[in-house]
Ligand binder design. Structure first.
Ligand code: NAP
Length: 492
């Protein structure tokens, strides 16, 4: 079966290396060393495209291109890089619908969410186009009368990005925009499920006039090989990775060999606390936004609902009313709230969390099974009477399941919330000013939402504590990870 009706001018099936589209053996384009991989629409199982599946030699060539492009790119003054990044931003905004269509076709999320993702991705490109011009150094009062001390920031060099499938545009923009703004060049390895969005972003970068070799996209299904090549090659100065904590740890070990710089945006296990003084209707609204966006497949999705015992029943029934009204279906259809999960393994993980919880005493409030649409569609689910002996209390579910646990007091709520090695995002609902301060300071998380379930924005630093990662993306801090400090001491 194939999605033969797709006519999207941003759709490319070749890799983008050194400013050339490579991998189409039937044309005069350069060959790549390996075969092709089928990209399937998770909503229908139909073939969206067959994409070049690169091998070691192709990755090495991409690194070489990025390496060669680095010197002239870093020599541009910041304002010139800013103009090119701004042009790339304009291309994304002018092509929002086309890019969003590609996201929905290969990833499955509802088209409205894909449009929001493209705007979110574009916001990072715009933000860092501006930040490029504000990468200030320092002049330090000297320690001796005849010395002058300057501190500058330089680009780290070639950056390799490795990104997951859940936000195929935004995860790339959050890395590539600050890297390019700082004067670095990039080799981007997209997730094997969603290379088409990355390639479409390369089409727009090319149209914007980003020079050849500055941004390369290397789709491959051999992630082990890619990890080995990108971490092992000394021409790559930095790895920026978003994905699971397990793979993040592997990459960190591999980077130790040549002390490569590393930024990690890893898994979460977000608690969502509802105190007895919360506005319950607002809390339910925030819970739906945080939990069911992208079918629960986001790193900042609420993973555990911790609710004060006195309001738990009321919260569960109000939440269930909203959750039952969510429309599940093909993300290309307007009005759909939840698309399919990315693949069968994702569905099985969700099922195993639900089965484990029920076998240990949890109760099903709604959902709990595969959706009647079949495939990888799953019914939005609410579970009550969950406790910390259950798998779902400890592991990221990455699916549309809201497990509700209860607490008796604030101290217990904080203890439960912090009882994890993850530390990415946390949410809490309270109308008490004093509690706002106590709880926001006590939560061991890099991102805290108070009376809101939506926290992502380009203007604020995004990143996790503990095993949720190292470094921050977005905000004025996001560009610094792509620079090295240099101190110059001058004798006068
Ligand atoms: P994953 O398995 O870690 O994969 C992420 C990317 O790494 C994919 O491109 C994957 O390719 C690649 N990869 C896997 N093993 C590799 C290796 N040895 N060397 C180099 N690359 C390798 O994560 P996922 O399950 O796809 O994504 C979901 C995870 O990402 C969740 O834990 C989620 O919380 C996290 N996430 C975090 C953030 C954040 O900002 N903190 C944002 C989004 C998602 P293959 O698929 O081919 O293995």
């Amino acid at each position: 079966m194939s999605d033969s009706t797709i006519e999207n001018p941003l759709l490319r099936s070749q890799a983008y290396i050194g400013g050339e589209w490579v991998g189409d053996s039937s044309s005069n384009q350069k060959r790549v060393s390996t075969g092709r991989v089928s990209i399937l629409n998770p909503a229908t199982g139909a073939l969206v495209a067959e994409v070049s599946d690169l091998g070691r030699e192709d990755l090495l060539r991409a690194i070489q291109c990025a390496h060669q492009a680095f010197a002239p790119w870093r020599r541009l003054v910041a304002g010139q890089r800013a103009v090119l990044l701004r042009a790339w931003y304009d291309e994304l905004i002018q092509n929002v619908e086309l890019l969003a269509e590609i996201i929905t076709l290969e990833q499955g999320k509802p088209i409205t969410e894909s449009i929001a993702e493209v705007r979110y991705a574009a916001s990072f490109i715009e933000w860092f186009a501006e930040e490029a011009k504000r990468l200030y150094g320092e002049i330090v009062p000297p320690h001796l009368p005849d010395k002058r001390v300057l501190v500058t920031r330089q680009p780290v060099g070639v950056v390799a990005t490795i990104t997951p499938w859940n936000f195929p545009a935004a995860m790339i923009a959050r890395k590539v925009a600050p890297a390019l703004a700082a004067g670095c060049t990039v080799v981007a390895k997209p997730a094997p499920q969603t290379p088409l969005t990355a390639l479409a972003m390369a089409v727009l970068a090319e149209r914007a006039g980003i020079p050849a070799g500055v941004f390369n996209v290397v789709p491959t299904t051999d992630s082990e090989m890619a990890g080995e090549v990108l971490t092992g090659d000394v021409r790559v100065s930095k790895i920026s990775f978003t994905g699971s904590t397990a793979v993040g740890k592997k990459l960190m070990q591999a980077c130790a060999g040549n002390l490569k710089r590393l930024s990690l945006e890893l898994g979460g296990n977000a608690p969502f606390l509802v105190f007895d003084d919360a506005n319950l209707d607002e809390a339910v609204k925030g819970a739906v936004a945080s939990k069911y966006r992208n079918a629960g497949q986001t790193c900042v999705c609420a993973n555990r609902f911790l609710v004060h015992r006195s309001v738990a029943e009321s919260f569960a029934s109000k939440l269930a009313i909203e959750v039952r009204s969510l429309r599940v279906g093909n993300g290309m259809m307007r009005g759909v709230d939840q698309g399919p999960l990315i693949n069968e393994a994702a569905v099985r993980k969700v099922e195993s969390h639900i089965q484990d919880a029920i076998s240990k005493g949890a109760q099903l409030v709604c959902g709990g099974n595969r959706h009647s649409l079949g495939g990888t569609y799953f019914s939005p689910t609410v579970l009550s009477h969950v406790d910390r002996t259950m798998l779902i209390a400890h592991e990221e579910t990455f699916g549309p399941v809201a497990p509700i646990m209860t607490f008796e007091n604030e101290a217990e709520a904080i203890e439960l919330a912090n009882d994890t090695r993850a530390g990415l995002a946390a949410y809490f609902y309270t109308q008490s000013y004093e509690r706002f301060w106590r709880v926001s300071e006590a939560l061991d998380y890099g991102i805290v939402g108070h009376n809101t379930g939506l926290i992502s924005t380009e203007i604020a630093p995004f990143g996790g504590m503990k095993e949720s990662g190292m470094g921050r993306e977005g905000s004025r801090h996001g560009i610094l990870d792509y620079t090295e400090l240099k101190y110059i001491c001058s004798q006068i």
